[in-house]
Design a protein around this ligand. Structure first.
Ligand code: MN3
Length: 232
């Protein structure tokens, strides 16, 4: 359902709930009224230990992600695009300010990042997603190797991605807070899995050892969520 349909539907359904703000929610996005919201983590700050430590999670969620979200809301209000589905904004992000590109990316990327991790994560995907991974990368091990390498070699701050591009799986990288839904991105597609390789995502626990953080990340990947995104 796009936002317009949603608003219409909620107006018709809303006779008894006039005061309730319309909520637009998908796994990586939450909009209440015209405010972009952080998705709830869905687990405690210490739930991903020992792979990702509680202090890192707390700072990352309550400071970094909260900061991007607040700045994105401010920039979006200024541009008059607050509350639009983020995918629409990203499809035209080159027309907007760098504040919208950077903070909008920070808002969205982290919402997705929290969702594709879980204390019950790790292991391997199954079903159609596993089939597609084996078809595209030869084996799950080979996929892991290639994705890990992409994450390790992002120069400076950025993200590595598994995306769906024209029906095919592809591993890509972005700098800063860019993502594959943005029109400025060289490799565009629908993001299925992502890892944040900004130093703030791992430095407290792993210092300069980004590859140790990437190795640990595989223990918390929420393949159920990634598989759901693939089917959509
Ligand atoms: Mn981050």
């Amino acid at each position: 359902m796009n936002k317009r349909t949603f608003l219409k539907t909620s107006l018709f359904a809303g006779a008894g709930a006039i005061l309730a703000a319309p909520v637009f929610s998908r796994s990586e996005e939450r909009i209440v009224g015209d405010e972009f919201m952080q998705k709830p983590l869905g687990y405690e700050y210490d739930a991903l230990e020992p792979y990702i430590d509680a202090k890192t999670m707390e700072l990352h969620y309550s400071k970094h992600h909260a900061g991007y979200t607040a700045k994105f809301n401010a920039a979006a209000k200024e541009a008059g695009i607050n509350g639009l589905p983020v995918r629409e904004i990203f499809a035209n992000v080159s027309k907007y300010s760098s504040a919208i590109r950077n903070n909008g990316g920070g808002y969205y990327n982290h919402n997705l990042f929290w969702k594709v991790m879980s204390p019950d994560g790790g292991g391997q995907p199954d079903g159609e997603l596993m089939g597609a991974i084996e078809k595209e990368f030869g084996s799950f091990e080979s996929f892991k190797e290639q994705f890990s390498k992409a994450a390790a070699t992002v120069f400076g701050s950025g993200w590595a991605w598994l995306i769906l591009q024209d029906g095919k799986l592809k591993i890509t990288q972005t700098s800063n807070q860019d993502n594959p839904l943005m029109d400025i991105c060289a490799e565009k597609g629908y993001p299925l899995l992502t890892i944040d390789v900004w130093e703030h995502a791992y430095y407290l626990n792993y210092q300069n050892m980004r590859t140790d953080y990437i190795t640990a990340f595989w223990n918390v990947v929420n393949w159920e969520e990634v598989g759901k995104r693939f089917k959509k």
